[in-house]
Design a protein around this ligand. Structure first.
Ligand code: HEM
Length: 465
């Protein structure tokens, strides 16, 4: 009986303490002018629920508090905005003090000249330098031939093998970028670089706790190693007298010809930006396209028709050209429908640099704003029968130019790598569907990755087409 009384008393005190802490945290943030919502526990806020339930957490909160509510996630008081008009306003108004609000670990590890860490004129300059490397002219004459060459060799010998498609598309996204940036391919440097890069990515998604054994510490160390590799590459390039093949590094180092004069530190952070931004987006879209194509044979049939028609006009080893890429209309539709249905990017983060009024509420300085764009992808008015994988919807009208199309972001930070990313995925699909057929062997279960629900360890058995 006494034991029961003690257990009861402890349980009751825990309930009381928890209720007091929750209430205290709510009162702390109950400033006049803030939208409704819950703030969870002191310090931790609602991070656990957010990470555990992902999009469902946001959906539930929306049902209770509407399209614009407050929360406390990932260590910061946050406004979640799902209102399309408000989101557009936020994305268009960086100059009013709505700057990128990515987590500290990401900013620390990607470097202080990283594009998400710079604002105003510095952002404009860094973005200009980046765009000059990946413009349509550059893709057409220098990058597409490199992508074509790389993907052919990456896809060689898959016949009769069981392939972990997630692993392969990750390697593809990274290695293809490395070839475009510095002409490096399947050497020991590439392997070492990739190993460090995967650690860097994990570090950017971790809590910024600088202790031995943490992903943050490992990520930070990986950054140092990558910086050393890049410094060496830059020195070697400067020392070498040979006329180089054109790649992104050679363009950045040609001081007389390039109107953007970047310091070595800026060049290094720009290269890390390029590798990081295209990595998860391109690899996950490619993997999910393979998954959806497997599940929808009639889509695969039309896609294959498009690519076989292109191949029919070429010699077996002839690379694909810009004109071929532009003719891949159905492939583009498959890529958009994959990005929509899998929601490769749930939303983007901003933060306020001063107290400001948004949507009729006063948002304090330093609050994060989660511009949540996921739900738009499943809006039945915009995309009838939204849960069906239907690439043809992108063929009928110009959905790509609608203002609610935010798969590649919007405003001053709209993805500069959109065309490059689509060109890479299209080239991958070109060689994959014209060379192979495949069946799934395991990994159907969908799991939540930081940004997307995707099959874990999807394996496919590949045979010649
Ligand atoms: C194909 C898949 C891709 C998707 C879905 C995608 C999506 C996005 C989104 C939503 C943003 C906006 C972020 C924000 O507003 O904070 C963005 C920005 C960015 N993306 Fe992409 N991206 C893709 C591929 C790429 C590739 C291949 C590159 C590499 C060149 C790239 C480079 C960037 C950069 C550098 C930014 C930051 C731009 C800035 O802050 O001015 N992306 N991307």
């Amino acid at each position: 009986m006494a034991v029961f009384a003690v257990v009861f008393a402890v349980a009751l005190s825990l309930v009381c303490i928890s209720a007091t802490l929750l209430r205290w945290n709510e009162l702390r943030y109950r400033k006049k002018g803030l939208p409704s919502g819950t703030m969870g526990w002191p310090v931790f806020g609602e991070t656990t629920e957010f990470l555990k339930h992902g999009p469902n957490f946001i959906k539930n909160q929306r049902a209770r508090y509407g399209d614009f509510f407050k929360s406390h996630i990932l260590g910061c008081p946050t406004i979640v905005s799902m209102d399309p008009e408000v989101n557009k306003y936020i994305l268009m108004n960086e100059s009013k003090g709505l700057v990128p609000g990515y987590p500290q670990s990401m900013l620390d590890i990607l470097g202080k000249c990283n594009i998400a860490a710079v604002h105003g004129s510095t952002h404009k300059y860094m973005r200009g330098a980046l765009l000059s490397l990946i413009s349509p002219t550059m893709i057409r004459s220098h990058i597409l031939p490199k992508i074509d060459h790389f993907i052919r060799s990456h896809l060689a010998n898959w016949h009769h093998h069981v392939i972990d498609i997630q692993q392969k598309t990750k390697e593809m996204a990274f290695m293809s970028s490395l070839k475009q940036i510095a002409g490096i391919e399947s050497s020991s440097i590439a392997q070492e670089f990739m190993h460090e890069f995967f650690k860097l990515v994990l570090g950017t998604l971790s809590l910024p706790i600088d202790l031995p054994g943490t992903n943050y510490r490992r990520g930070f160390q990986a950054r140092k190693n990558i910086v050393n590799i890049l410094r060496k590459l830059i020195e070697e390039r400067r020392a070498s007298k040979e006329t180089e093949e054109v790649d992104m590094l050679s363009c950045l180092l040609k001081e007389e010809e390039n109107k953007y004069k970047l310091s070595d530190e800026e060049i290094i952070d720009l290269i890390i930006t390029l590798l990081y931004s295209g990595y998860e987006t391109v690899s996950t879209t490619s993997m999910m396209a393979v998954k959806y194509l497997h599940d929808h044979p009639h889509v695969l049939q039309d896609l294959r028709k498009e690519h076989l028609a292109i191949r029919a006009k070429k010699k077996p080893d002839e690379p694909i050209t810009w004109e071929d890429y532009k003719a891949m209309r159905f492939t583009r539709a498959v890529i958009f429908e994959t990005s929509r249905l899998a929601t490769i990017v749930n939303g983007v983060l901003r933060k306020t640099t001063q107290e400001m009024e948004i949507n009729g509420f006063m948002i304090p300085k330093g609050w994060r704003i989660y511009v949540y764009t996921r739900e738009v992808n499943y809006d039945p008015y915009l995309y009838p029968d939204p849960l069906t994988f239907n690439p043809w919807r992108w063929m009928e009208k110009s959905l790509e130019s609608q203002h609610y199309f935010l798969i590649f972001g919007g405003g001053t930070r709209q993805c500069p790598g959109k065309e490059l990313g689509i060109a890479e995925i299209s080239t991958f699909l070109h060689y994959f569907v014209t060379r192979y057929r495949w069946e799934e062997t395991e990994g159907n279960k969908l799991v939540k990755f930081p940004r997307v629900e995707a099959p874990n360890g999807l394996r496919i058995r590949v045979s010649s087409y």
